[in-house]
Design a protein around this ligand. Structure first.
Ligand SMILES: [Zn+2]
Length: 290
């Protein structure tokens, strides 16, 4: 019996085929991400889709680490970031220009620019793939990424109501035989899914409903949650990169240096004593400053 729950990612595979899929259903993780910022409605929906996409993509990486999906464009929502780790931590945020967010049109929101996928796996080099933003939705932009940089047939369906989100990804398994007919058939079946079904339905029920005539194995889910990986130590290393004179200048002007995490609103304060201790510690260990 397969467990079924909100805030989860189930992997599934079509038996006797080289085609796999993932289904993600999000509720409280999106809600928590949205509580941290007062986003206009179209951006709440976009953030839910981006977090869903990051969770779908992270499940395809068979290693410890995290996947970061970034969309950087010249539209009013100019930076979109969603991150998912292999053990189910999710976070996301959007930088946008206040007062100019209108409509739900993806390209109207993000404009032209680039989509970047970064895989940060522990113990190996950071991998980054970059393509231009193409298509009329985030799902299409991700499909274009796989078409261009991985040349791996991939289809993505994303939906979000703001408080809830869901998505499905189908992908050919690398190295498996081409089964054009089967692929087209499964894409056509998945294409019948409605936004409401993606958002509202139990994920296992939805898989069974969509593929009831197929032989499909569904795996136990990875449970997902909003969790931000920020820490005082990580903020300290950012301050060190900015350099002592710049940080001391900020502290002099405002009395202290206060940094707020853009994902979870956690505040990190550094007073003059903290700052001098921070730079004194690294002066004693010069290799940390490289
Ligand atoms: Zn944080």
């Amino acid at each position: 019996m397969i467990e079924s729950a909100r805030d989860s990612c189930h992997r599934f595979i079509f038996d006797d085929s080289g085609i796999r899929g993932q289904i993600v259903s999000l509720s409280s993780s999106v809600k928590i991400a949205l509580e941290h910022k007062n986003y206009p409605a179209p951006l709440s929906s976009l953030l839910g889709q981006a977090m869903t996409a990051a969770a779908l993509l992270a499940d395809t990486i068979k290693m410890e680490g995290s996947l970061i999906l970034q969309v950087q464009g010249d539209g009013p929502a100019h930076t979109l970031v969603a991150q998912a780790t292999d053990d189910g931590d999710l976070r996301g945020m959007i930088h946008y220009t206040e007062g100019v967010i209108e409509g739900n049109d993806f390209r109207g929101l993000v404009g032209d620019g680039k989509l970047v996928l970064t895989i940060d796996a522990s113990g190996s080099e950071r991998y980054q793939g970059v393509v231009a933003i193409e298509g009329g939705s985030l799902a299409e932009a991700i499909e274009f990424y796989f078409d261009q940089s991985e040349q791996l047939p991939t289809r993505v369906w994303l939906s979000s109501s703001g408080q809830r989100a869901g998505g499905i990804m189908l992908q050919k398994i690398p190295g498996e035989n081409e089964e054009r007919f089967r692929w087209d058939h499964l894409v056509a079946l998945t294409h019948t899914v409605t936004d409401t079904e993606l958002i509202e339905l139990d994920p296992v029920d939805l898989i069974q409903r969509l593929y009831h005539q197929e032989s499909v194995t569904i795996y136990q889910p990875v449970m997902l949650r909003f969790r931000c990986g920020c820490s005082r130590g990580k903020i300290e290393s950012v301050l060190l990169q900015l350099g002592q004179s710049e940080i001391e200048q900020i502290a002099e002007n405002s009395g202290e240096v206060s940094v707020e995490c853009e994902f979870c609103n956690q505040k990190y304060d550094f007073d003059a004593v903290d700052i001098s201790a921070l730079f004194r510690a690294t002066t004693a260990v010069p290799e940390l400053r490289q």
